[in-house]
Write a protein that binds this ligand. Structure first.
Ligand code: 5RP
Length: 226
């Protein structure tokens, strides 16, 4: 059986150039990319890697690659990340794992944010298959929940508690994570702004018009979407 996540990572390697500072997100596709980088020592020895994920950072160190903390740099040449779902305008939904805030910072720091993954992540339009995840400052939680309820009366809100199957219960920054399941998605620009503007919201997991490219592997081969 074909390993599309590996094929996407192989295609992503072509975009990495000697001496670059490269951000990498989370997930199995990104793990493939790290393994491929490590398998090319001449290139790998010139790269500086930055990650939004503890798991990916651990793999980078295990492979003997150079890891730098995001708090010491202000730009990246490239940022690669997977997603849960993306659309033809390269908007993406992310973060069952609850690390979207740092992922978004790294995506914004990069000259090029490149989504990579298997074709199953593509949907002509983002839909309600996945929840949106909202990182919320603890002391603003009741206020933010009230405003989410007012803005999205048909959506169901789920503050992550002990019942969560996977992903963090609180963020890497010690903040709460709220999953919001929509009955129908609002227009994405409106959704993006309405949530981001509530005081106390740190970041939400819709990556609206941030990606420059998607590298997608499926049964028809590898496709580059821009
Ligand atoms: C983290 C994510 C991951 O990138 C996403 O889950 C992709 O994982 P995989 O490459 O294992 O399919 O969105 O926020």
């Amino acid at each position: 059986m074909s390993d599309y996540k590996l094929e996407a990572a192989v295609a992503a390697m072509k975009y990495i150039k000697t001496g670059q500072t490269v951000g990498v997100g989370a997930g199995s596709t990104i793990a493939n990319l790290i393994n491929l980088i490590a398998a090319e020592p001449a290139l790998a020895s010139t790269l500086t890697l930055v990650s939004s994920s503890f798991t990916t950072a651990k793999l980078i160190l295990e492979k003997g690659l150079r890891l730098q903390s995001a708090n010491t740099i202000k730009e990246l040449d490239l940022y690669f990340d997977g997603c849960d779902q993306f659309d033809e305008e390269l908007n993406a939904l992310k973060s069952g794992g609850g690390i979207h805030t740092t992922e978004k910072i790294l995506a914004a720091m990069a000259h090029e944010f490149i989504l990579i993954g298997d074709a199953g992540k593509f949907s002509a339009q983002l839909d309600v298959t996945y929840p949106l995840v909202i990182e919320v400052l603890p002391n603003a939680l009741p206020f933010v929940m009230k405003h989410l309820n007012i803005n999205f009366p048909d959506a169901s809100l789920n503050l992550r508690m002990s019942s969560q199957k996977d992903g963090a219960l609180i963020s890497d920054h010690g903040n709460y994570l709220v999953d919001i399941h929509f009955a129908a998605l609002l227009p994405l620009e409106e959704l993006n702004t309405k949530i981001a503007l509530i005081p106390g919201v740190v970041a939400h997991s819709l990556f609206y018009r941030m990606a420059a490219m998607a590298i997608i592997a499926g049964q028809d081969g590898v496709k580059i979407l821009t």
